[in-house]
Design a protein around this ligand. Structure first.
Ligand code: ADP
Ligand code: MG
Length: 365
């Protein structure tokens, strides 16, 4: 195992996207020119809603789709015109088709055989990968004799056995049930710690993004909304889009009006002090709202979901629905009057027109 660890780690390569764009036809630009630097050995999660261009971006890196413009550098070398097999990437798809008539061993060893690797070396290489993925007892089985998680691990084994410097995943966990997804997340994080390949992992699942990524690249209609660490994305979302995409339930966003001193909700209740006047969107995470007997804001409970560990309350506040995550509240009656409080240090402010965050709107925090 030590040998394969070192071999793969040595090959980890930085990926640079320079003005990379994609249009499938003249009328629809899927990805306008995009710039990003993915560091060697970094685990990047590309996160965004269905149809925003995640798979297209990954396939351009892999060489399965051509770029319409710009350059892709892997390890400092321009690869956008190279065939996929010359780029040093391995890819794991959502629908990982294993060869059904081949054993687990042969599935994993296939690319090595095609590359002409001698049999002894092949056996050693597959053995090391199988041990790393906990597949050593299963090498003689056919795919039909495996569970979903085991099959997924074979697909990963097949990708990493060639010791790629770059590992590309396209929603590899979305066909698995919730428990297995959780287990596989832990295994993938562990695998990345051990082999250290530069990893690009595409998903629409924010939990996968938050738990796996060194940095999350949030894509919206082919554009980068934010590219930063999970903590920064969560605590300092750059736009309303990011704020609403991360967190379960997501951040509350309420329209407010500023008069140069105070921000007010649609019904005139004052929520915070802010020196600019105009229309804004005020963001507050469900876990940052407190419902207390003497809070300054008046709201009414519409419904609640008791999740055991905590409740999610939905309240009417100034004509908007606000969600509150709280360990209390399971006994509240529907229609109960609630008094709410927000800590100013937990508020986010966005431009109502552009949706962009206004930094330090309530003082630095
Ligand atoms: P995601 O993976 O984020 O769901 P995709 O990259 O698959 O999104 O698709 C992005 C956009 O490009 C979508 O609007 C999709 O319909 C379009 N698209 C993807 N592949 C093709 C193709 N081969 N021809 C034309 N349009 C495509
Ligand atoms: Mg996709």
């Amino acid at each position: 195992m030590a040998a394969i660890d070192t071999a793969i780690r040595a090959a980890a390569a930085a990926i640079a996207l320079k003005g990379v764009s994609k249009a499938y036809d003249a009328h629809s630009v899927v990805i306008p020119p995009l710039d990003a630097e993915l560091r060697a050995g970094e685990f990047t999660v590309v996160l965004g809603p269905s149809g925003c261009g995640k798979s297209t971006l990954l396939q351009m890196i892999a060489g399965l789709e051509r770029v319409s413009g710009g350059a892709i550098l892997i390890g400092g070398r321009e690869v956008q015109d190279l065939e996929p097999k010359l780029r040093g990437c391995a890819m794991v798809f959502q629908n990982y088709a294993l060869y059904p008539h081949m054993s687990v061993f042969d599935n994993i060893a296939y690319s090595l055989k095609v590359a002409g690797m001698p049999k002894g070396e092949r056996i050693a290489r597959v053995g090391a990968v199988a041990r790393m993925l906990g597949l050593d007892e299963l090498l003689g089985r056919k795919p039909a004799q495996l569970s979903g998680g085991q099959r997924q691990r074979v697909a990963i084994g097949r990708a990493i056995v060639r010791e790629p410097g770059v590992l590309l995943f396209d929603e590899p966990l979305s066909n698995l049930d919730a428990q297995l997804r959780h287990d596989m997340r832990i295994e993938l994080a562990d695998l990345h710690r051990r082999i250290g390949a530069t990893t690009v992992f595409v998903t629409h699942d924010q939990v996968e993004a938050m738990t796996l990524a060194d940095r999350i690249l949030i894509l919206n209609k082919g554009r980068i909304e934010q590219f930063d660490t999970p903590r920064a994305i969560y605590h300092r979302p750059a736009s309303v889009f990011v704020a609403k995409f991360i967190g379960a339930p997501p951040m509350n966003v309420l329209p407010v009006t500023g008069d140069g001193m105070t921000l007010r909700l649609a019904d005139g209740q004052a929520v915070a002090q802010h020196a600019d006047s105009g229309q804004f969107l005020l963001g507050i995470r469900p876990e940052d709202v407190t419902a207390s007997a003497k809070g300054p804001l008046q709201a009414q409970l519409r419904y609640r979901e008791d999740l055991g560990s905590h409740s999610v309350l939905a309240v009417d506040l100034a004509g908007s629905t606000l969600r509150i995550a709280t360990p209390f509240g399971a006994e509240l009656e529907i229609s109960a009057k609630l008094a709410l409080d927000f800590s100013p240090t937990r508020l986010h402010l966005f431009d109502a027109g552009t949706g962009q965050a206004i930094a330090n709107a309530f003082g630095p925090h």
